[in-house]
Design a protein around this ligand. Structure first.
Ligand code: IMP
Length: 200
């Protein structure tokens, strides 16, 4: 049994990571046997500034600092949405783009006002870092392509889910909901790769 600390205070993200990893640990997984620990088990942890220039830098920094502090194998994730028409923005600034999820979505829709569906391509990216207490790191990435809707649709999920259309289903993540999102999302793809590494 391997203990892994999930280094995030974002409730929605932690929930998704747990669901994806739990599916990997269940039947047919080929022996992934892990116990997930949340940051709640480690009171007094310092706040970590996400001041890197890439998803990778931010994920690594979070995992390295928490692994050092807890002395345990630690998994951290950094993610965001990149919109082609906005040259990749908001990218690593996705969480800080506006003060609330609703405002972030409305701001993005406003910036794309009048832009036709064919030019609304976007992708979610997720970078996952796993660091052991000795500081050795593994980093993987997952992405999910889609396009930005003309208005919010659906009430599942969080963040930009209600304005991100998955072309195969012509529905937003907000409409598709779990568990489908947790099979096809950027985060699912990255965590599945990390699952293989954890399995060894
Ligand atoms: P982080 O905590 O700095 O990685 O923030 C990631 C931000 O990107 C979140 O606050 C959301 O705004 C956005 N984001 C990342 N993943 C998702 C997702 O799966 N759905 C919707 N928004 C997401």
């Amino acid at each position: 049994m391997v203990e892994v600390v999930i280094a995030s205070r974002n409730y929605n993200k932690v929930r998704e990571i747990k669901e994806i990893l739990t599916r990997l640990t269940s039947a047919g997984s080929g022996g992934l046997n892990i116990k997930l620990l949340s940051l709640k088990s480690f009171p007094g942890l310092p706040k970590i500034e996400e001041d890197g220039n890439s998803f990778r830098e931010n994920a690594l920094k979070k995992a390295q600092e928490i692994a050092k502090w807890t002395g345990k194998l630690t998994l951290a994730e950094d993610s965001g949405i990149e919109v082609d028409y906005l040259k990749g923005a908001p990218g690593i600034f996705s969480a800080r783009f506006a003060p609330t999820d609703r405002k972030r979505n409305l701001k993005l829709l406003k910036l794309l006002e009048g832009v036709p569906a064919s030019k609304r391509k976007a992708r979610f990216r997720s970078c996952v870092a796993l660091v052991n207490p000795q500081g050795q790191a593994k980093v993987v990435e997952g992405s999910c392509r889609g396009r930005i809707s003309f208005k919010p649709r659906g009430s599942y999920g969080f963040g930009y889910d209600s304005i991100f259309i998955v072309p195969k289903y012509n529905k937003t993540f907000g409409e598709l909901g779990y568990p489908l999102k947790n099979k096809i999302s950027h985060r699912a793809r990255a965590i599945q790769k990390m699952g293989k590494i954890l399995r060894g």
